[in-house]
Design a protein around this ligand. Structure first.
Ligand SMILES: *[C@@H]1O[C@H](CO)[C@@H](O)[C@H](O)[C@H]1NC(C)=O
Ligand SMILES: *[C@@H]1O[C@H](CO)[C@@H](O)[C@H](O)[C@H]1NC(C)=O
Ligand SMILES: *[C@@H]1O[C@H](CO)[C@@H](O)[C@H](O)[C@H]1NC(C)=O
Ligand SMILES: *[C@@H]1O[C@H](CO)[C@@H](O)[C@H](O)[C@H]1NC(C)=O
Ligand SMILES: *[C@@H]1O[C@H](CO)[C@@H](O)[C@H](O)[C@H]1NC(C)=O
Ligand SMILES: *[C@@H]1O[C@H](CO)[C@@H](O)[C@H](O)[C@H]1NC(C)=O
Ligand SMILES: *[C@@H]1O[C@H](CO)[C@@H](O)[C@H](O)[C@H]1NC(C)=O
Ligand SMILES: *[C@@H]1O[C@H](CO)[C@@H](O)[C@H](O)[C@H]1NC(C)=O
Ligand SMILES: *[C@@H]1O[C@H](CO)[C@@H](O)[C@H](O)[C@H]1NC(C)=O
Ligand SMILES: *[C@@H]1O[C@H](CO)[C@@H](O)[C@H](O)[C@H]1NC(C)=O
Length: 478
């Protein structure tokens, strides 16, 4: 009976809602574009990577900024309003360059007409580069800073307990088994990588560094030595082993501390989307980060249960976005009540200009859109939400923590225990939200009946997958 009502609800609401959905804001998390190999530091962004991230910015411009059905409500289309944007990244040459590159695509030069101002004496002054607009990129603090939130924003860096928890992997039977079963494979690949690796270091322990060197060389070096060894099977083997190695270090279902980078990211996503809903600013948040944060977040958000793909290292310039959507009519400057707002998650495995941006369900739920309260509850379960929480989880010897303000948490194998030590008052929050969801379900049930009675005349054809976005292939795939 209940199931029937929900089907009726969906059938009755779809046409109506499809026509009137509004995106209120979004949070984009992007990996950097193609870069030089980590084997020869310092790494730098390549022209290919610059193009990938710039094109991705252009894709999101089409989706969120320019006039259209997926435009963020009230966002400025040509001249950037800095109050509407929040851009962050760690202090890192590649990531900071990519933030700027992305923004060049998001808000390109506006030309002479819009990009000039008239001075008091009547002279018109044009901005450089055909009206290029400068958007400041905020650095996630890395220095020790006792005055406020700082270190914890960097996720895993400096988190003593998380590093230890992650390194547990090197003592696992999985690691030991793979190390010995792949030993001869890695030795056989040595001639390709012997500029950097030796017989002693060509081992599974360096799975990512080896894969990174091979992958980057295949993209940039037309004369890789012994390239006859790089058969499709061997390349796939190197990639698969690197994926397994990195996912094991980024996420462990038995110990959520391993995924601290994803936890910190989750808290930032909630923080900024909450600000968008509460104050209507920023409307669009952008953060540039590393693949490890993607993998940690994927694990925490149960995405591997949707597809094994989510245990693989994401391609260069990949992005995921969290959209605040509503079916309510939006007018003026106020946003609708939060019970009418949902969150949709989408991911593009590579520059969004080259690869489809696809929606996926989070937290093992069946729906591609989660009510805001459900989303917030689930995100809070996996979040670390401030310096104090971070120090509690990471241990008081971690960077930026004082020994008085924190207590040491023993890393345990039970996720429940770790969760409760990291999330203040979560159990009560869960209770409250379950109550709220029951109420919501009742309200929606009634609404379905009303709509069944009055809404059936609004019938409109609706495509099967409304939020799949594809762009023509741009030929820039890494
Ligand atoms: C909007 O409509 C869609 C499609 O029917 C539905 O899945 C979604 O839950 C609705 N969102 C809200 C916030 O009511
Ligand atoms: C956006 O497009 C709609 C319909 O195409 C139009 O009515 C509206 O005036 C446009 N808004 C702007 C700011 O161009
Ligand atoms: C107007 O002011 C600008 C900036 O002070 C100056 O460069 C320019 O020469 C002035 N133009 C005239 C016509 O005085
Ligand atoms: C996951 O964590 C548990 C508990 O710390 C540990 O025993 C196990 O070896 C870890 N597994 C992997 C694959 O790292
Ligand atoms: C690496 O291997 C290739 C192919 O076997 C060989 O020609 C080359 O001398 C080796 N280089 C080093 C530094 O060992
Ligand atoms: C390409 O690979 C060869 C052989 O490993 C190496 O000597 C050369 O330095 C590489 N070139 C670049 C641009 O990395
Ligand atoms: C945003 O967070 C604050 C503080 O946690 C909370 O009181 C408020 O209800 C949240 N706003 C929304 C829209 O969820
Ligand atoms: C997983 O990746 C494969 C190969 O790229 C693709 O065909 C498949 O659709 C992906 N699955 C999901 C759920 O995205
Ligand atoms: C992204 O692509 C890489 C390389 O093909 C793959 O290993 C990974 O599983 C993909 N991730 C997702 C979520 O599709
Ligand atoms: C953590 O701080 C307490 C004091 O609050 C101190 O006694 C303890 O030694 C510290 N732990 C570590 C591992 O530094």
């Amino acid at each position: 009976m209940v199931a029937f009502h929900f089907q009726v609800l969906v059938l009755a609401l779809l046409p109506l809602i499809e026509a009137s959905e509004t995106i209120l804001g979004a949070f984009i998390f992007s990996r950097h574009g193609d870069r030089s190999t980590k084997s020869y530091p310092p790494t730098h962004l390549t022209d290919l990577g610059y193009q990938q991230i710039y094109q991705s910015g252009g894709f999101y411009r089409n989706r969120y900024i320019t006039n259209g059905s997926t435009q963020i409500y009230g966002i400025s289309t040509d001249l950037v309003k800095l109050s509407q944007l929040e851009v962050q990244t760690a202090v890192d040459d590649v990531l900071q360059s990519c933030a700027t590159g992305f923004l060049q695509g998001l808000y390109p030069p506006v030309g002479a007409t819009l990009g000039s101002q008239t001075l008091a004496n009547g002279t018109s002054v044009e901005a450089p580069f055909n009206g290029y607009q400068i958007v400041p990129v905020n650095a996630l603090a890395s220095a020790v800073d006792n005055s406020g939130d700082a270190t914890w924003l960097q996720g895993a860096s400096g988190c003593v307990n998380a590093v230890a928890a992650s390194n547990n992997y090197f003592f696992s039977s999985d690691y030991k088994t793979l190390s010995s079963s792949t030993a001869s494979f890695y030795q056989s690949i040595l001639p390709v990588i012997n500029n950097t690796f030796t017989a002693a270091t060509a081992i599974y322990k360096n799975a990512y560094a080896i894969w990174d060197l091979v992958q980057v060389s295949m993209i940039h070096n037309a004369t890789i030595q012994s390239s006859d060894l790089l058969t499709p099977a061997n390349v796939l083997q190197l990639e698969t082993l690197a994926n397994h190695h990195e996912f094991s270090l980024a996420y462990n279902a038995s110990n959520s501390l391993v995924a601290i980078a994803g936890s910190v990211l989750a808290s930032q996503i909630v923080e900024y989307l909450n600000m968008t809903l509460t104050t209507t600013a920023p409307k669009l948040s952008l953060q540039l980060g590393e693949y490890a944060a993607f993998l940690s977040f994927f694990g925490l958000a149960s995405l591997p249960s949707v597809s094994d793909n989510f245990t693989g290292i994401v391609n260069f310039a990949s992005s995921m976005t969290f959209e605040l959507v509503t079916n309510a009519t939006v007018t003026g400057t106020a946003y609708p009540p939060v019970d009418q707002v949902s969150v949709r998650f989408l991911f593009a495995n590579g520059s969004a200009a080259d690869t489809p941006l696809m929606p996926y369900p989070l937290f093992g739920q069946s729906s591609l859109e989660l009510p805001w309260t459900t989303f917030m509850t689930e995100m809070n379960k996996i979040s670390v939400s401030g310096q104090a929480d971070w120090c509690t989880a990471c241990g008081n010897t971690s960077t930026g923590c004082t020994s008085t303000s924190t207590s040491v948490v023993t890393v345990t194998a039970t996720p429940g225990a770790t969760d409760s030590s990291r999330d203040n008052g979560i159990s009560t929050a869960v209770g409250g939200v379950i109550g709220a969801m029951v109420t919501l379900a009742v309200i929606l049930g009634i609404e379905a009946l009303v709509l069944l009675l009055v809404g059936l005349r609004i019938v409109e054809k609706r495509s099967a997958s409304p939020v799949v976005v594809t762009e023509p292939q741009g030929g820039l795939k890494a």
